[in-house]
Design a binder for this molecule. Structure first.
Ligand code: MRU
Length: 466
């Protein structure tokens, strides 16, 4: 078992600098970035080297401590420090954890550097604690909601240690089910365009020895409709006061499919993801990212993309939200038998305003964004722009940074990080990996899963023959 996924290797504060596992390099390379300036931190955040709502909160908290160190070294005045802290908070718009934790730690600035560092480290520690509580409570909920028997769980994006520290949120729930012997297997969406599911969730599940199969995003609703999952569990980047949930693009389709199939759709997130200041999903800013992430390598040169990184799932499609403190449930006919207070009571639930939609004249209505310049009101008004000019763009080709350790690594290379931008695309330069090992499905797994396993075996045989 790879124990390098424990918190210190995913994110750490060492010698006054941030160390973070570079998630753009996984699963082919395991390397740690040493982040020494605010510019490097922002690059790490916008390139998704560091990503996932709770981890963004934790790294943002450490970022305030980093900014103070840099400010001391470079003799910044108060206005400059404030501006740099604000840059960190604004590096990505959707996950409320980032700005929330930055603001919380920045409030300690008048008390001095030590107080700030202690507050930042407390945010990191609490993320770990919260993840365990979320995981346990979410697993108990699913066992209660789905009845006995090993569960087949569908998930999206990456919500494990890499995204959250500790056990994770949605993936933590899955891990807790597995630990309890209550999990059959996991169906993982690949999560286009940046493949957090394929690259990161499959990697984590593999390290944990948890049975899983990877599905194309487009296949997910169909798979659910065919009864291949007992429940869907996802994380969240922001939950609005009415219970609408922003999460990685593709989540909404899963929620619709789960609703139609009559299976639970569970959202697992820390309290720091619940944002009572945002009334509904339509007010949640949705990050749009570079065209190149979608268009390269398949589309003809010049193709423009609609690269919304997140979507909004209306509260009415959410069966329950589990946090480290409570279970907010609205399963029809079920009172929460685990902990719960009803969602309506907690989040002033109303029917969510519909999120962004295409009008009859083809115009795209706002989904909610605080950066007007980055959000087209309608397709016709999309101004031509050079791909990659905004933050959060595809990685430019370039030199590799420092030493790399190949998976599976027990220890992790710690590398100096002179230029975060100069990184190879994930996998480039990695040694060829051995062909994936097909495992026997676990005893007692459902027939549908056996079929998938047989198909996979047939494909593998074909590939060998070819
Ligand atoms: O763009 P990302 O990779 O930061 O998006 C992450 C997600 O959408 C996760 O599902 C979310 O943060 C919930 S828990 C990590």
């Amino acid at each position: 078992m790879f124990d390098g996924m424990d918190t210190p290797d995913v994110l750490a504060w060492r010698d006054g600098h941030i160390e973070a596992l570079d998630q753009t390099a996984l699963p082919h390379q395991v390397r740690v970035l040493r982040i020494t300036t605010v510019d490097e931190l922002i690059k790490a955040i916008t390139t998704l080297a560091v990503r996932g709502a709770p981890l963004l909160g934790a790294v943002g908290a450490l970022g305030v401590a980093l900014a103070i160190r840099q400010g001391d070294a470079e003799d910044w005045d108060g206005a400059r420090l404030d501006a740099e802290v604000k840059r960190i908070a604004d590096a990505r718009p959707t996950a409320v954890n980032l700005r929330r934790e930055v603001a919380a730690v920045a409030a300690c600035i008048p008390q001095g550097r030590q107080a700030v560092e202690a507050a930042a480290l407390a945010v990191v520690d609490f993320a770990v604690t919260a993840s365990h509580q979320i995981s346990r409570r979410g697993a108990a909920y699913l066992r209660d909601a789905c009845g006995g028997g090993p569960l087949r769980v569908h998930t999206h994006c990456n919500t494990g240690s890499l995204a959250c520290l500790g056990w994770g949120t949605a993936l933590g729930v899955i891990r807790a089910l597995h630990a309890d012997g209550a999990l059959s297997h996991v169906i993982v969406d690949e999560t286009r365009p940046l493949l957090q599911g394929a690259r990161l969730t499959c990697w984590e599940l593999d390290q944990l020895g948890i049975e899983h199969r990877l599905a194309c995003d487009g296949a997910a609703p169909f798979l659910i409709s065919q009864g291949l999952a007992d429940a869907v569990v996802v994380g969240a980047d922001r939950v609005a006061a009415n219970g609408d949930v922003a999460n990685k693009i593709g989540t909404y389709g899963l929620a619709l499919a789960a609703h139609r199939a009559g299976i639970p759709f569970l959202v697992a997130a820390p309290e720091s993801t619940l944002d009572e200041a945002t009334p509904s999903g339509s007010a949640i800013p949705i990050e749009q990212r570079a065209d190149a992430e979608v268009c390269v390598p398949a589309a003809p040169a010049g193709t423009r993309a609609l690269n919304y990184a997140f979507d909004i799932t209306p509260a009415e499609l959410v069966s329950a939200i589990v946090t480290e403190e409570r279970l907010l449930t609205r399963l029809p006919g079920k009172t929460s038998s685990v902990l719960g207070r009803p969602l309506e009571a907690e989040l002033a639930l109303g029917v969510g305003e519909p999120a962004g939609a295409v009008d009859s004249d083809g115009h795209i209505r706002r989904v909610g964004h605080d950066d007007e310049g980055a959000r087209p009101e309608c397709l016709a008004s999309v101004a031509a722009r050079v791909p990659d000019e905004r933050p959060g763009q595809a990685l430019p080709p370039g030199l590799r940074v420092g030493l790399d350790m190949l998976v599976p690594g027990v220890s992790v290379a710690r590398v100096e990080q002179p230029e975060l931008g100069e990184q190879p695309p994930a996998g480039e330069g990695a040694e060829p990996r051995p062909a994936p090992r097909l495992r026997e499905p676990p005893p007692g797994c459902r027939p549908a899963f056996q079929v998938i396993a047989r198909l996979a075996r047939a494909e593998a045989a074909q590939a060998q023959i070819g």
